[in-house]
Design a protein around this ligand. Sequence first.
Ligand SMILES: C[S@@+](CC[C@H](N)C(=O)[O-])C[C@H]1O[C@@H](n2cnc3c(N)ncnc32)[C@H](O)[C@@H]1O
Length: 297
Amino acid sequence: MNEVYHIPAMLKETIEGLNIKPEGVYVDVTFGGGGHSRAILGNLGHLGHLYSLDQDADALINAIDDPRWTFVHSNFRYLRNWLDYYGVTAIDGLLADLGVSFHHFDCPERGFSFRFPAPLDMRMNQTAKRTAADIVNTYSEEDLARIFYLYGELNSGRAIAKNLCRARSQKAILRTEDLVAASRIPAERSKELARLFQALRIEVNDELGALRDMLVAARDLLAPGGRIAILTYHSLEDRLVKNFLRSGNLKGTIEKDFYGNILTPFTLIEKGREASPEEVALNPRARSAKLRIAEKK
Ligand SMILES: C[S@@+](CC[C@H](N)C(=O)[O-])C[C@H]1O[C@@H](n2cnc3c(N)ncnc32)[C@H](O)[C@@H]1O
């Protein structure tokens, strides 16, 4: 394969921030090209272990030949069940590098990119039932407008939803190029097209639902002193992670004890660090990454 599967963002900062214990048990819930996983293994001693999850079986082409490494082909929302299965009751650190890999964007037939004509798919888990075409052709106009506004931050979400519903009443929208044409977003407004595709991708893969489930499992599994490092790529997931790490709960409610002391299971270590200009120059896709790290008390 000639394609670069992925270039990990903020690799050094993430690995340093995990403060890896050589004999510890670690989880990389987003294996992808395995860049972060390899670096974690590089910091583990012979008694340490790393579990890496990915819901996309394509990631297995990057498998690591190492007895300290276990790959789990699964959505990370089932993290707790899988660690139970392997007899792991506590972990020393967890990394989540959210979203899609370069491989997803650069592999035309997966349908993640408006740059290539392809079936309108966008499933990270290729065995999942629902594709982007299913959503575009069956959701109500209101629901489409909602996801475009919420997940794509598209102020024009209502107009786009209307255009899609008009187009699909004539002919089903089954391919990326059909979606581009039906949206009526001019080709030169590529940022808007990218946001439209992002919004659909988030809905297809229930990215925020999976993230919520994983955060709660990670909080409960982390041993005292264990660290969670999360790389986010858009404001909605970043806000969710930020509020969760501040409060320790999904509502983001800060609870206080009788004396007014804040009750939270985490100490914040990194509060939204961004990639350096040097890294962005080498890897422009790191531009939107934000790193948040917390330590379990
Ligand atoms: C940004 S890439 C990770 C890249 C990786 N850190 C590296 O160094 O190559 C995200 C990966 O996570 C996977 N992924 C995204 N959401 C997931 C989920 N809910 N469960 C499991 N894997 C997921 C994607 O399939 C993709 O391979």
